[in-house]
Design a protein around this ligand. Structure first.
Ligand SMILES: *Cc1c(COP(=O)(O)O)cnc(C)c1O
Length: 476
């Protein structure tokens, strides 16, 4: 049997990693120079690395470990299911019991008449499913010209060719012939960075009405769907102005355009409700879920569609699917995860305990000299690093320079906080306690202090000239 290499000395693990492992969203040469951080164990909200450091994971992995680490029940659910039936597919008129149970559970949890579930293995492939699904839907309804999907700049919907095309991160499109045809990107509702002199409310309406402008330009008979994250996650936890989603909803209804809510981060309690759509008052026709569906313990995703959409889709063969669609082990683990979320009232804990404590603590950081725009909804939050919060200025250094410094300082203080450009973001496990929130904020403040000291010492507190283009550096 191959030995699990967790327990080799750190330097050996790092050398092997550098020699053979190509990291996602990374420059491998850079990692090789300093050695990847090796995580060996985790429990609750804390990670342990191969040097024995205990690190508070304020990102819940990649926004996904909603119930926290170390839940044996999920390991047992996986082992039980593997012994009974490790795999069978759901093609060719077959199914398995955990697949059925999870589909039924998701239909029960999802709002409105979202009652029909198509399974995948990742958020990316679920959004690829959605591209094919909404275009097929319109074709089968006799409107095959409805192929355009409207998405937003700086959105994140995954990294496959399809989902990455829906996403609005230009540096992912360069050199890859992306986006694929018939994807149109409109501006994001990011008031702090792009709102200029308008109020947040005005800016929310203005960015939503860009959807109407696209519809008028191309004709409603060409538009299949609009896709958006209720709150943009990887783009920097952009919480839209309150005017935004109602206007998007109104426009979708008016022109009979399908609304896809990408709930991959917002779903399963992140915003204090089961789904971000409930928090933001969205009534989608299609929902993408992944991440918190299994708290990351198994790779699984789904597209959940309304009765209206299913009625059309159920009428013919939809030539689409993945070998592991509805995988029984992943479904059994997801079911156990949902059981824990329900039985332990974790979403009530977010709404009534963790989110209020985190909001007060997070907003208290706004007194820091380089912090502006502390925003948080449920347990996803962000803040802008800025040399001048009164003018919402950017730093003169390339965007992301200061954010990266702050992220490194955060790691050095045993806190995982991510940077997106010069925004810092958090999305901790939902089970985080008020005491752990205090630790998180103490470490975050220390990271901010260290960053401020570095900027001062290196004469880096200068503002960029107003109107300097946004988002040049890497987001990840
Ligand atoms: C992470 C993410 C995805 C992609 O999910 P993968 O499992 O990484 O493919 C899609 N949409 C959103 C909103 C995400 O945050």
């Amino acid at each position: 049997m191959n030995k699990i290499t967790n327990h080799l000395p750190t330097a050996e693990l790092q050398a092997l990693d550098a020699a053979h492992h190509m990291h996602p969203f990374s420059c491998n040469d850079e990692i090789a120079k300093k050695g990847a951080r090796v995580i060996t164990r985790a429990d609750g909200v804390f990670l342990t690395d191969s040097d024995g450091n205990e690190i508070l994971d304020a990102m819940a992995g990649l926004w996904c470990v909603n119930i926290g680490y170390g839940r044996d029940e999920l390991a047992e659910a996986a082992a039980r299911q593997m012994r009974e039936l490790p795999y069978y597919n759901t093609f060719f008129q077959t199914t398995t019991a955990p697949t059925i149970a999870l589909a039924q559970k998701l239909a029960e949890l999802a709002p409105g008449d979202l009652n029909h579930v198509f399974f995948g293995n990742s958020g990316s492939d679920a959004n690829d499913t959605n591209i094919r699904l909404v275009r097929t839907y319109w074709a089968w309804k006799g409107q095959p010209e409805r192929t355009i999907i409207v998405a937003r700049k700086n959105a994140y919907h995954g990294s496959s060719v399809g989902s990455g095309s829906l996403g609005g991160m230009a540096y992912m499109h360069d050199v890859n012939s992306m986006p694929i045809p018939d994807i149109v990107h409109i501006d994001q509702p990011h008031w702090w960075a792009e709102g200029g002199d308008s109020t947040p409310e005005e800016f929310g309406l203005q960015t939503a009405r860009a959807l109407e402008a696209v519809i008028e330009e191309h004709g409603a008979e060409r538009i299949a769907a609009f896709i958006g994250e209720p709150i943009q996650g990887a783009g920097g936890v952009i919480i839209p102005p309150e005017t935004y989603w109602p206007e998007i909803q109104r426009i979708c209804r008016k022109y009979d355009i399908l609304l896809i809510a990408d709930e991959v981060i917002c779903g399963f309690g992140r915003t204090g409700n089961w789904f971000g759509s409930q928090t933001l008052g969205i009534e989608p026709d299609v929902m993408t879920v992944a991440k918190g569906l299994s708290s990351g313990y198994q790779p699984i995703s789904a597209s959940i569609v309304s009765d209206k959409v299913a009625k059309v889709m159920d009428g013919s063969d939809f030539f689409h699917g993945y070998t592991y669609s509805g995988h029984p082990v992943a479904c059994a683990v997801a079911l156990e995860n949902l059981r824990i979320l329900e039985d332990e009232n974790i979403i009530d804990h977010v709404r009534n305990v963790a989110a209020p404590a985190m909001k007060a603590a997070w907003e208290s950081l706004s007194d820091h000299p380089i912090v502006g725009d502390t925003r948080i909804e449920g347990l996803m939050g962000s803040l802008a690093l800025t040399p001048d919060k009164t003018t919402r200025a950017k730093f003169a250094t390339p965007e992301g320079t200061v954010g990266l410094i702050c992220r490194e300082n955060s790691f050095a203080n045993n806190l995982v906080m991510r940077h997106v450009g010069d925004r810092m973001v958090i999305s901790p496990p939902l089970v985080i306690t008020p005491d752990e929130i205090k630790i998180l904020i103490t470490r975050a403040r220390k990271a901010l202090d260290d960053t401020y000291a570095h900027l001062k010492a290196n004469d880096m507190l200068k503002s960029a000239a107003p109107g300097t283009a946004s988002m040049k550096a890497k987001n990840f």
